[in-house]
Design a binder for this molecule. Structure first.
Ligand code: SAM
Ligand code: SF4
Length: 469
């Protein structure tokens, strides 16, 4: 790994402005809340002051109206699709001391492991055989002696691995911030989204919970997307670790980062992740969150983000249990992980590994169970990877998404990729639920896309694979 670290400062984070906005928040005024919800339904987003008014609202009736607005926006832009993926942890070696994470360098309770290429191929094969098409490669911030080449080689291995007719078609990466030169190498490895969570945008809290290693440098992390974009990676995923600091501050800070990226590069993040801190072996902070986010505030966060940044996808991981996940789907979530393990080698050794995992998972169901559940709830499980492979990323994606056109591609692609899953990997009960859903979707689709949907689904039924528009 190159040691060249730029001196760029994250000046876009204006703590004083966030505090002033939060302090100025008025007690709930029903008329104002309704005006803001009416603006949100137009799908042009919300500013910080409007977001704050919605954050402060706890009136049950107005909250219900906010959830209804979020449902409407989600449905209008994303339809009823949920895109599925799995994380692939390649290594839990780390040189940082993040007090909430089991991978932190001085944690003696963790069993360390960095997978070799054969083990990475084996994990990939297991995910392919479950039916996955997208993986998120994840690693701690200390690579075996090859440095970044270790990660690049892992991505290459995932793309090259095959099992039967199956393959992984999109690899995203959640790895530590890089220099511009190294981001260029990551881009050349053909990643989809580069994901990195700031954890907290509050400098004082950041310093208190990151007590060792490169990650102590707030600015190096908070400017990582500037360097990624300079390197040509226009598809990035942001996030904070909820539980470290006041969630209201963090949501407004994310909004500042989004505005900064839009101003500087003409495109904001592709996704926002909303991890809540979970217990982690040997990391006491993870058991004693200073700012716990309640389930009801968590729902509010998802709905608020859906209204404030309607064209940015929201990712819900298996940190959350099945019920919490279900409750947030309709409010704005567009991508979910399923069947996840968060320890290196966790798919091959699913019975063990708790002493090498990053945190405790909340949803332990298999991919097949999650597919059956979401299909029974009326959502289309999508394994589509078309946009990224057709170069519809960054500003091109946003240009398409904003007039609502994305629905015309995503809806038929979701059905064809779902049918592929049902025919190749699903258990009989899941296949039945899924096929009923596809029939219903095809029958009720907008006439302009119905024909495309029917064509793609019949092609898959006629044994073609990987068909999309
Ligand atoms: N090591 C890299 C980094 O920190 O950017 C790669 C990602 S790290 C393995 C993935 C993410 O897991 C972190 O960014 C953090 O938000 C999250 N995480 C760490 N400890 C957690 C915990 N106890 N509960 C939930 N999420 C946690
Ligand atoms: Fe290492 Fe990332 Fe965990 Fe921090 S969050 S200890 S950098 S793996």
């Amino acid at each position: 790994m190159k040691a060249t670290r730029s001196k760029q400062l994250a000046t876009y984070i204006d703590e004083a402005k966030i505090s002033a906005t939060l302090t100025a928040a008025r007690a709930c005024d029903a008329q104002r809340v309704r005006e803001i919800l009416s603006k949100a339904r137009e799908m042009h987003g919300l500013d910080a002051s409007e977001m704050t008014t919605l954050m402060e609202n706890n009136e049950p009736e107005l909250l219900e109206e906010m959830y209804a607005a979020a449902r409407l926006v989600k449905n209008e832009i994303y339809g009823n699709r949920l895109v599925l993926f799995a994380p692939l942890y390649i290594s839990n070696l780390c040189s940082n001391e993040c007090l909430y994470c089991a991978f932190r360098a001085r944690n003696k309770e963790l069993v360390r492991r960095a997978l070799n290429p054969e083990e990475i191929a084996n994990e990939t094969r297991i995910l392919i055989e479950q039916g996955h098409k997208r993986v998120l490669v994840v690693s701690g911030e200390r690579y075996p002696k090859e440095g970044l080449d270790y990660v690049l080689k892992a991505i290459e291995t995932v793309y090259k691995t095959r099992s039967g007719r199956g393959e992984i078609r999109r690899v995203n990466a959640n790895v530590a911030p890089l220099s511009v030169e190294d981001f260029k190498r990551l881009k050349a490895a053909k990643i989809g989204t580069y994901q990195c969570f700031q954890e907290t945008y509050h400098r004082e809290t950041y310093a208190a919970v990151h007590v060792g290693g490169i990650k102590r440098d707030f600015d190096w992390r908070a400017t990582c997307f500037d360097r990624a974009m300079q390197a040509g990676i226009d598809d990035v995923g942001i996030g904070v670790l909820f539980g470290l600091y006041d969630w209201k501050y963090e949501v407004l800070a994310m909004k500042q980062e989004i505005e900064h990226l839009e101003d500087a590069f003409g495109v904001g993040p592709h996704t926002i992740s909303v991890p809540r801190m979970e217990p982690a072996v040997g990391s006491t902070l993870a058991y004693a969150s200073a700012h716990p986010v309640s389930d009801s505030d968590f729902k509010k966060i998802v709905a608020l983000l859906r209204l404030a940044v309607p064209y940015t996808g929201i990712i819900m991981s298996t940190r959350e249990n099945a019920d919490t996940r279900r409750a947030t789907f309709e409010l704005g979530v567009s991508q979910i992980s399923a069947g996840s393990r968060c320890n290196p080698g966790g798919y091959a050794d699913s019975a063990n590994g708790h002493n090498s995992e990053q945190f405790q998972l909340g949803d332990h169901r298999s991919l097949d169970e999650v597919v059956r559940d979401v299909a029974a709830l009326g959502y289309t499980p999508s394994f589509c990877t078309a946009c990224y492979r057709l170069g519809r990323t960054g500003a091109d994606f946003m240009d398409m998404a904003k007039p609502g056109l994305i629905k015309h591609h995503c809806a038929p692609n979701a059905l064809s990729s779902c049918m592929e899953y049902l025919l190749d990997y699903a258990k009989p009960a899941t296949r039945k639920v899924g096929e009923n859903l596809i029939t219903h979707e095809l029958d009720t689709m907008e006439p302009s896309v119905q024909q495309i949907g029917r064509r793609l689904v019949s092609e898959v039924q006629a044994d073609k694979r990987d068909v999309f528009v």
